[in-house]
Design a protein around this ligand. Structure first.
Ligand code: SF4
Length: 345
């Protein structure tokens, strides 16, 4: 009870400081008493456990993620596992909005900071190694790059996106070391638990490999964020919900739910142009994502709910470019259903 009271007071103070009137009874009405006060206060004004509020609760202010290109490769592209890569993966290694590989880590940071400092004084950052496989290099190279990022001014944490088959024991030891110095989470690209789909998308590892990586990361108390893609070829709604339920039963701390979008020049574009599968319509996606949210354990933080393609290279669906519209439609649908994250988990 003391904890609930403290959380409520903290949130009320936070909102008062930000010139918004907060009324706990109003909140209870919005959520119709379904959820514990503790949970609803932690989620801010959303019906799901969202990253932005999670960061505010954890760090006491807004946090910006800075996508860094560390210049890494990927074993699914360089021939160690495969040469074609995952069929949806772009030339940028699924890091379209990361900094330029031609700039040092410090220079990439400087670019972002200069833009943000005009709008936000004293902004704080999570450095996000996003493009390609960010644990795929000798451990001394990794150490050097990770430390360069966390030593930048106002960096409060590190996010590392990688494959579960690229976390050897030496890498795990390094991640453990970093985790003791700063806030760290490791992102693993699972996409689906369906092994047939995994083969079709040329993922290059099996589910057991993913489960093993999660267990090993958790022995070091490292937070794990899992990527899933909604709308992969041949996948039914039940397949997608199976993936959601599977990860909901694992010791993971976050999830990124991506809409499948097609980037020009990728192998999946060829399948799409041949009419082998259809892309989701916006309302279909909104319905599906709300089903996922209802079936996702409530303490798992949702880092992403949409696709994030670049306009210049996006084949479709074009509606995904208007992210705010998609997010508003998701909020509206959750409200219409009078539901929230974890209601069916
Ligand atoms: S593992 Fe990541 S970087 Fe490598 S091919 Fe797949 S999506 Fe691209």
């Amino acid at each position: 009870m003391i904890y609930i009271f403290e959380v409520s007071i903290l949130n009320i103070c936070y909102r008062w400081k930000n010139s918004k009137t907060i009324n706990v009874e109003e909140y209870k009405k919005v959520y119709k008493g379904h959820m514990e006060e503790k949970t609803l206060m932690l989620w801010g004004d959303k019906r799901y456990n969202n990253l932005s509020q999670f960061f505010k609760n954890k760090f006491g202010q807004k946090i910006f993620k800075v996508s860094i290109n560390g210049g890494f490769s990927c074993p699914n592209r360089d021939g160690s596992i495969g040469i074609k890569g995952c069929i949806f993966c772009s030339e940028e290694g699924s890091g379209e909005f990361a900094g330029s590989v031609n700039l040092s880590i410090g220079e990439q940071f400087k670019e972002v900071k200069e833009k943000l400092s005009k709008k936000w004084n004293n902004a704080k950052y999570i450095a996000h190694f996003q493009s390609f496989t960010n644990t795929y290099a000798p451990v001394n190279v990794l150490r050097d790059k990770y430390y360069q990022a966390i030593k930048e001014d106002n960096v409060v944490g590190l996010a590392i996106a990688t494959r579960p088959d690229c976390i050897g024991n030496d890498v795990l030891e390094l991640l453990d070391e970093i985790n003791q110095k700063t806030y760290l989470f490791v992102e693993l690209g699972l996409q689906t638990i369906n092994e047939n789909t995994a083969k079709l998308i040329n993922r290059g590892y099996d589910l057991a490999c993913f489960e093993d990586a999660v267990k090993r990361l958790r022995t070091k108390n490292i937070d794990v964020v899992v990527h899933l893609i909604l709308g992969l070829p041949n996948e039914t709604k039940q397949d997608i919900l199976n993936s959601i339920k599977f990860i909901s039963n694992m010791d993971i701390q976050g999830v990124k739910l991506h809409l499948l979008y097609i980037v020009k020049g990728t192998p999946i574009e060829e399948l799409y142009q041949k009419g082998k599968f259809k892309l989701l319509e916006m309302q279909e996606y909104v319905d599906l994502i709300c089903d996922c949210i209802e079936n996702l354990r409530e303490d798992i933080v949702i880092h992403r709910l949409t696709g994030d393609g670049k306009k210049e290279t996006l084949v479709g669906p074009k509606w995904s470019l208007d992210k705010m519209r998609v997010l508003s439609a998701i909020d509206r649908e959750l409200k219409n259903r009078d539901t929230y994250q974890g209601r069916l988990a």
